[in-house]
Design a protein around this ligand. Structure first.
Ligand code: AMP
Ligand code: MG
Length: 502
């Protein structure tokens, strides 16, 4: 790509009190590298509520100087740009060294919710770019921006996105596209792959430093536990297993497919990270594969829970030199097998408006999922209509979604009977409806919605992106005037092909 622009020497002082905990790990963990400028950047989208939470003035972000700064064209005062090194298993195969090939960490901001790292993604070549160009295209940057905010709005642990800037600089993918930079925000971008990297190289000093740092900053309780004979690294593995289990349970319950669950795309904090070919299900198809590049279906929707466990196993192996006892490592991983089903059942019960747990609930959940799969019913619309039915609307809106009406009626009867004994307290059905309407979103970021906003954005109209951000932040609200975005996907939606190319 033609990168004619010279870096501007001056700095932009945004008054950000940036700190650098990750950099303090030492040189083995990263390379200092400056973002490479892009010509004539423009603002594509800004997440004003998040800016506010970070203590950033949204007006500064949207100013010409702010746009230059968050494109990487002007250094932000106090930043210390670096790309970190990690390795990982990709599609089940050890891939060796990867690293931030197109992401650059600027530093971290203290916030009331703890330190938040700022990272530019798509800001140019790094020592870890391998065959890549260090860039991200507009299409995938908008998807990451909206995807992460949609997950946040749904209450699912995720990295966040502050803004997207674009440039008309050409970027070659299957066709020529244009460049963009998304600013991501997270307490940490450390992945399972960071641990695998130092473990595979037998750099056990660095491995311990990384694990100690993650424990000190994010899992201090691991030092205090008497569990695992006081082994803090085993406790860390258990904590990460539990957080990952809880996250994947939420993915499954809302119908989210990540698409590329490689170990380098697994957050050590149990956050959804690296939004590539992700998708929220339209029709319920348990074997759905959202990543066009995933020919074997390794990361199909219904494989996600097992893949997460497989990935945790890789993390366990990486931590073994610190844990030292294989039995302890296996015991720490065991927690996944209890936490995942427990969390999933809890999520599914909430979707059904059930406030307490009964032994028959599992069957109730499994049988409706079977029916949804049989008739390929739209997942989001089903749950929302069921919620509205419990809130008082006729059952017809639910029945209309199914071909297997007899089976559905039988299920509905059993479900309503269960609701009646559902431990709902004095609120009864109203309480169930209330729980369901804040558990089952009206709006999810379906592929075709993102696609329409992206087409508009390519014509430099960014209003569609901003509209979807509003819906993403409040997906349980009604949003009159946006009904079209809560409807069935158009026929062409099933032909959208999203691959790893981004
Ligand atoms: P991903 O599949 O996006 O998680 O990327 C896997 C690895 O490839 C990571 O190390 C990325 O930094 C790197 N990568 C992906 N796309 C590019 C690109 N266009 N330029 C440089 N590195 C890239
Ligand atoms: Mg990645």
């Amino acid at each position: 790509m033609n990168e004619r622009i010279e870096a501007v020497a001056e700095q932009l002082d945004l008054g950000l009190p940036l700190r650098h905990a990750f950099a303090q790990l030492g040189q083995a963990f990263y390379t200092e590298v400056s973002p490479r400028p892009l010509p004539d950047p423009y603002l594509v989208a800004v997440n004003s509520p998040l800016a506010g939470d970070l203590g950033l003035d949204p007006a500064l972000l949207t100013s010409p100087a702010g746009v230059e700064a968050f494109t990487g064209n002007i250094p932000i005062a106090g930043s210390r740009p670096l790309a970190s090194v990690y390795s990982g298993h990709q599609f089940g195969v050890w891939a060796g060294q990867l690293g931030d090939g197109r992401a650059i960490l600027l530093g971290e901001l203290p916030t009331p919710a703890g330190p938040q790292e700022l990272q530019l993604k798509g800001s140019g070549l790094t020592p870890y770019s391998r065959m890549g160009d260090g860039r991200a295209v507009l299409r995938s940057s908008i998807r990451e921006f909206l995807g992460s905010e949609a997950m946040w709005g749904l209450g699912i642990p995720t990295t966040r996105a502050l803004c997207v800037t674009g440039s008309d600089a050409p970027v070659r993918r299957e066709e020529i596209e244009t460049a963009a930079v998304v600013t991501r925000v997270s307490p940490s971008f450390v992945r399972f792959g960071h641990f695998e990297h130092f473990s595979a190289r037998e750099q056990y000093g660095e491995l311990a430093r990384l694990a100690d740092d993650v424990i000190d900053r994010f899992y201090p309780e691991c030092r205090a536990t008497a569990k695992f004979a006081g082994n803090a690294y085993a406790a860390l593995l258990e904590q990460v297993s539990e957080r990952t289990a809880a996250m994947v349970a939420q993915w499954q319950a809302v119908g989210f497919c990540h698409g590329v669950m490689n170990t380098d795309n697994m957050s050590i904090l149990g956050l959804t990270i690296d939004y590539g070919p992700f998708q929220f299900l339209d029709a319920f198809d348990p074997g759905h594969i959202c990543n066009h590049s995933d020919e074997q279906g390794r990361y199909a929707y219904n494989k996600q829970p097992n893949v997460a466990y497989w990935n945790l196993f890789c993390l366990g192996q990486a931590l073994l030199p610190l844990i030292t006892d294989q039995e302890l490592a296996l015991a720490a991983l065991e927690s996944y097998k209890t936490v995942f089903p427990r969390e999933l059942e809890a999520r599914m019960r909430a979707k059904l408006g059930l406030a307490d747990a009964q032994p028959e609930d599992r069957e109730l959940i499994e049988s409706i999922l079977k029916l949804l799969a049989k008739d390929r019913v739209d997942y989001t619309i089903f749950w929302r209509r069921l919620s509205r039915h419990i809130a008082g609307e006729p059952a017809e809106t639910v029945r209309d979604l199914f071909l297997q009406r007899v089976e559905l009626d039988d299920w509905l009867a059993r479900y309503l009977q269960r609701l009646g004994t559902g431990g709902l307290g004095s609120g009864g059905r109203d309480a169930a409806a209330e729980l369901m309407l804040r558990t089952n979103p009206k709006y999810v970021l379906r592929n075709h919605l993102g696609e329409l906003a992206i087409r508009q954005a390519k014509l430099k109209d960014y209003s569609g992106v901003q509209d979807l951000l509003t819906l993403a932040h409040a997906p349980f609200d009604e949003h009159p005037g946006h009904e079209d975005k809560a409807g069935f996907p158009p026929d062409w939606a099933s032909h959208i092909e999203i691959s790893c190319s981004s």
